[in-house]
Unconditional design. Structure first.
Lengths: 161, 257
């Protein structure tokens, strides 16, 4: 057969070889169909390890208890016992190394997230082992407007200062 | 022509009945759940239980999620959010979620409107999250294999593989997917995969002081979520889409979308 018949064939084969080589180099070995499920199992398995490797920033109050035992015990005995330290102090990350100091949110708005008297906010708190209690709620426009709540209230004991 | 005796008729009727019963029994044995179990293997299958009746709209879950998963604070993007529903006495429905409720609800201003308490028929808060569906359409539509489901039923996105085409954002019936403002790839709730694989709770579960959010292994009949789904009145969002959502809600109103 004449060469003008074969020439496009060589080009096609060359392009195919190029595509297969490029794919072999670019696509990771763990990419493919897993669990025999093309619809939901076509992916790179290494991605699960990528997500597992994300840094844990919120360590939980037991981590805080290691050093701040006094405040840990105080809040644990209060009606705020289910509130994590990191809700108001921010994520611990690698505190005390990084960051060396945690900010404290003393804004009125922080308390109002739960204690503002909205007409459609549940009136009963069921989060405590001792049973349901009424939610303490205030109308922020009437109850000492402009004054930080921590002027009179203690967050760690959920009582007066 | 065949000569049908009574004996012959009864015998053949019995045979036909037995034959008809076999496919029905075979069908029962192969429920989608069993097929799914075969496909996904054994081990835990994580699911949410969200008790909307307890939610006060403090938004601590959203705050914790955004900080834990580094979703830029100053954007409205969020993996979880809390919606406020207010129904007025004249039948209007006001739904909002300013900044995904990152700062909680501190004022009675649904949709920026001052609604007097006496004009409110009912109102409530609904936390929203990825439903980690059994048949996630967002994974199915991904043209490059960047979205996938783990053995535990967690729907994840491979940031290094996502091309940012946005099909999955449109495919999710719950609107839980968005573009990450920094990585420029599809982003979604990972069930805090880095925490749950270390035996911790997802960040939003820890942050909730009201016990609204629970999570656990739906395959384990003794887990709390299994017990609630089995014995209490739960529902899922948009069941008609057939995605089999795995976020089970307690106390959802029919206006919740």
């Amino acid at each position: 057969m004449r060469s003008h018949v074969f020439r496009p064939l060589w080009i096609a084969l060359g392009l195919l070889a190029l595509f297969l080589t490029a794919r072999a180099l670019y696509v990771p070995g763990d990419f493919g169909v897993h669990r025999g499920d093309y619809t939901y199992g076509w992916y790179r398995t290494g991605n699960e390890d990528d997500w597992k490797a994300v840094q844990v920033k919120h360590k939980g109050k037991d981590y805080c208890a290691g050093c701040h035992h006094e405040n840990y015990a105080k809040i644990a005995a209060s009606k705020h016992s289910r509130i994590q330290c990191e809700n108001c102090h921010g994520p611990a990350r690698d505190h005390p190394m990084d960051p060396p100091k945690l900010a404290v949110d003393r804004e009125r708005d922080l308390c109002l997230r739960c204690h503002a008297d909205l007409p459609y906010r549940p009136k009963v708190y069921t989060g405590l082992p001792g049973g349901p209690i009424p939610m303490k709620m205030q109308n922020p426009e009437v109850h000492n407007p402009g004054l930080p709540c921590v002027t009179c209230h203690s967050v760690h004991t959920a009582g007066w200062k | 022509m065949m000569n049908w005796s009574r004996r012959h008729f009864l015998k053949n009727s019995a045979k036909a009945l037995a034959a008809a019963a076999v496919p029905a029994a075979a069908y029962e044995l192969l429920t989608p759940e069993i097929l799914a179990a075969v496909r996904k293997g054994k081990g835990p299958r994580w699911a949410w239980v969200i008790d909307a009746t307890k939610c006060v709209g403090c938004g601590m879950c959203v705050q914790a999620c955004k900080r834990e998963n580094e979703i830029p604070w100053e954007t409205t993007a969020s993996r979880t959010w809390v919606e406020r529903y207010v129904v007025t006495t004249d039948g209007r429905v006001l739904i909002d979620s300013p900044n995904a409720a990152r700062d909680g609800y501190t004022k009675n201003n649904p949709m920026g409107e001052q609604v007097p308490a006496e004009q409110i028929a009912k109102g409530f808060f609904v936390p929203k999250v990825c439903n980690h569906c059994e048949n996630p359409p967002c994974v199915q539509v991904c043209p490059v294999g960047a979205s996938h489901v783990t053995d535990e039923g967690v729907v994840l996105v491979d940031r290094s593989w996502c091309i940012g085409c946005g099909y999955c954002l449109q495919a999710c019936p719950f609107g839980t997917r968005f573009f990450h403002p920094v990585h420029k790839t599809a982003e979604k709730c990972t069930f805090c995969y880095h925490r749950i694989t270390k035996g911790m709770n997802p960040a939003c579960v820890d942050a909730c002081a009201f016990g609204v959010r629970k999570w656990g292994d739906i395959r384990d009949p003794n887990s709390e979520v299994s017990r609630i789904v089995r014995t209490e009145r739960v529902t899922v969002l948009k069941e008609e889409y057939g995605t089999k959502p795995h976020a089970f809600y307690i106390g959802l109103d029919r206006i919740v979308r």
